[in-house]
Design a protein around this ligand. Structure first.
Ligand SMILES: C[S@@+](CC[C@H](N)C(=O)[O-])C[C@H]1O[C@@H](n2cnc3c(N)ncnc32)[C@H](O)[C@@H]1O
Length: 272
């Protein structure tokens, strides 16, 4: 290998090692694939005649709408500035003393766990996740999370463990802070109150939780409630106080497009 090529490779590898990866860039390719498929379908509609042509037009239009919807409702996930905005907003609402153990449920690439470790230099943070196959496509792996922690210089205080949000592999009252972002809606169970119960179970009395997720009408149903005030009451009955819900929209976090149809928000509180 000549020197110039070797130097280029070294620079590339170094860059890869130095930059943490928390993004969802696969979404960008997915949206692009929908647009390309729409164009191909519409082109085929011109080539074909009769029913085949009509079917191709219909398919093309559906794919086009899917692409636009994907871009407008999830495109922000590939935007560094918007992810940063969300990160800042999340950390600003952690009303926590900063000493003790933290659990990040569904940590993925460790984005929130590492953010908390950086924000609170005395915290010991654990990220837990099932890291199932589908999520590997998005780069969500235990090794990826550990690598990000090394790059961000928090690996001594940030560890990652396999386990499910449904049955957290931790003792009751083990953590002073429990956080989670964009996970609960991913756990396909008819009764999501189990997730909240588990999160509160592992919290020590006086410990704080902040859960950022989607809380739209159909998701509220899976918490066995019909409205946000009912959800807050359910959480209080689980042994929490100062229970609050704030929509990202109301918190002034502008992610653009159709994002707010998901009713993104923060559910937070303190264990009694
Ligand atoms: C949208 S990602 C969010 C990752 C990370 N919290 C973030 O904000 O970047 C959802 C994560 O939830 C994890 N997950 C899904 N079901 C889970 C379960 N039952 N227990 C723990 N983690 C789960 C997935 O593996 C994935 O890493």
């Amino acid at each position: 290998m000549d020197n110039a090529k070797e130097l280029r490779l070294t620079k590339h590898t170094k860059k890869q090692l130095e930059l943490p990866y928390y993004g969802y860039s696969v979404l960008r390719y997915f949206t692009a694939a929908l647009f390309v498929a729409a164009i191909v379908s519409i082109w085929l509609a011109i080539v074909f005649t009769g029913w085949s042509s009509i079917l191709c037009v219909a398919l093309g239009v559906i794919l086009l709408f899917a692409g636009v919807f994907c871009h407008l409702s999830m495109g922000w996930m590939t935007n560094r500035e918007k992810i940063e905005l969300l990160k800042t907003d999340f950390s600003e609402r952690l009303e926590w003393a900063g000493t003790g153990k933290v659990l990040d449920i569904g940590t993925g690439q460790g984005r929130v766990a590492i953010g908390v470790a950086k924000q609170f230099p005395e915290a010991q943070v654990t990220g837990v996740d099932t890291w199932t196959k589908g999520w590997k496509l998005f780069g969500m792996t235990k090794a990826g999370a550990a690598r990000n922690a090394v790059i961000e210089s928090v690996s001594a205080r940030c560890s990652f463990q396999t386990g499910s949000a449904l049955d957290l592999p931790f003792a009751e009252g083990e953590f002073q802070l429990v956080v989670s972002a964009f996970v609960f809606h991913e756990v396909r169970i008819p009764d999501r109150t189990l997730l909240l119960k588990e999160a509160i179970r592992v919290l020590a009395p006086g410990g704080v939780f902040v859960i950022c997720d989607l809380f739209n009408g159909s998701l509220l149903n899976t918490y066995k409630v019909k409205s946000v005030p009912e959800l807050l009451e359910t959480v209080r009955q689980m042994g929490a106080e100062e229970v609050k819900y704030e929509r990202l929209k109301d918190a002034g976090v502008k992610l653009g497009g159709l994002v707010h149809i998901w009713e993104l928000g923060y559910l937070s509180g303190r264990k009694v």
